[in-house]
Design a protein around this ligand. Structure first.
Ligand code: FAD
Length: 288
């Protein structure tokens, strides 16, 4: 009711074209300042620790380790309220700032052991541990989790599941250490769900033993590729494989797109997908 009255007064002032009252003290609205519920709500009538066990389900120690780790660094944007520290990214930052800080957060996490053995150790316990850490990443920020997910789960996962020992030995450790920065080029401008129809072509040249990857038309350009616009140095490319004129269907290839200095390689074209309504910490790009 109070709010309606306030709005009516403001609107009638506009309609009457009254000059604004200059000595009104401006106050920020309560909805613009965050206060933890503990400060205004009554205490919980259940056992918080038990509820937490139920909600999180497994690997509580690892989850606490993660939150403790990000609490130690200013790059996770700590804010103090009511004697507590809250962590949340600043979504008012520009696209460039969000991309930069997301990258710094990944480097911090990798340096502190987040991705240790991520791809080289297997077993149900390890999978649960990874699931718990991914949960925590998503709680903190979707850009951070998606950018890491593209690198570790899409690029790394493709090598793990499509590759053989030769590929594992060459790429998995460097992927865990973030020495190689991978992305995953499946979607094309003309082809999303219908991966079978993609138009990128890889032709095997038996005289040199090379696979030559080509984008034959506009709709074949790889589109929305996370990590491509700024940081990825390698990509998995999905393409039709042509051998001796015959189409062998869709196959995955590893291709280098940037050199050690981060410069785009010869014969590779990359364009930025630009600002998005969300996930601006992820540098989505187009590759051909
Ligand atoms: C922010 C962002 C990041 C991305 N990152 C990557 C990345 O890193 N690498 C990558 O390869 N791709 C990436 N993608 C692409 C993403 O995987 C595709 O958008 C997705 O595969 C869907 O393809 P599409 O957008 O062409 O939609 P379409 O395939 O054209 O689908 C459009 C609509 O039609 C429906 N539809 C499609 N086919 C059928 C069918 N047979 N039956 C019924 N309904 C159907 C879909 O459900 C959808 O609602 C990204 C996309 C976004 C938006």
């Amino acid at each position: 009711m109070e709010k309606v009255n306030f709005r009516t007064k403001v609107l009638s002032r506009h309609l009457k074209q009254e000059t604004p009252i200059l000595n009104v003290i401006l106050q920020s609205l309560p909805c613009l300042s965050y206060n933890p519920p503990e400060l205004s709500e009554p205490a919980a009538v259940f056992y918080i620790k038990e509820m937490r066990k139920l909600m999180d389900g497994h690997n509580l120690e690892e989850r606490d380790w993660f939150f403790g780790l990000i609490l130690q660094s200013k790059i996770f944007n700590p804010v103090k309220r009511g004697g507590k520290v809250f962590l949340s990214p600043n979504y008012s930052q520009s696209k460039e700032q969000q991309r930069q800080i997301t990258m710094r957060r990944i480097q911090y996490l990798v340096e502190h052991g987040f991705s240790k053995d991520w791809l080289t150790v297997k077993g149900p316990e390890d999978e649960l541990r990874k699931l718990a850490l991914l949960d925590c990443l998503f709680i903190y920020d979707h850009s951070l989790s998606i950018k890491m997910g593209v690198h570790f789960l899409l690029w790394g996962g493709a090598i793990q599941f499509f590759g053989t020992k030769r590929h594992h030995d060459k790429w998995l450790k460097d992927t865990e250490d973030y020495v190689v920065k991978g992305c995953f080029s499946m979607t094309e401008l003309g082809h999303g769900s219908n991966v079978r129809g993609i138009e990128t072509v890889t032709t095997y040249d038996s005289s040199t033993g090379e696979f030559v990857i080509n984008t034959p038309c506009e709709s074949a350009q790889k589109y929305w590729i996370g990590g491509a616009a700024n940081h990825a140095t390698r990509t998995i490319v999905f393409s039709q494989l042509i051998i001796d004129g015959g189409n062998q269907g869709v196959h995955a290839f590893i291709a280098q797109i940037r050199d050690e200095n981060g410069d785009i390689c010869l014969n590779i074209r990359i364009a930025d997908c630009g600002h998005k309504i969300g996930l601006n910490g992820v540098d989505n790009g187009r590759i051909s």
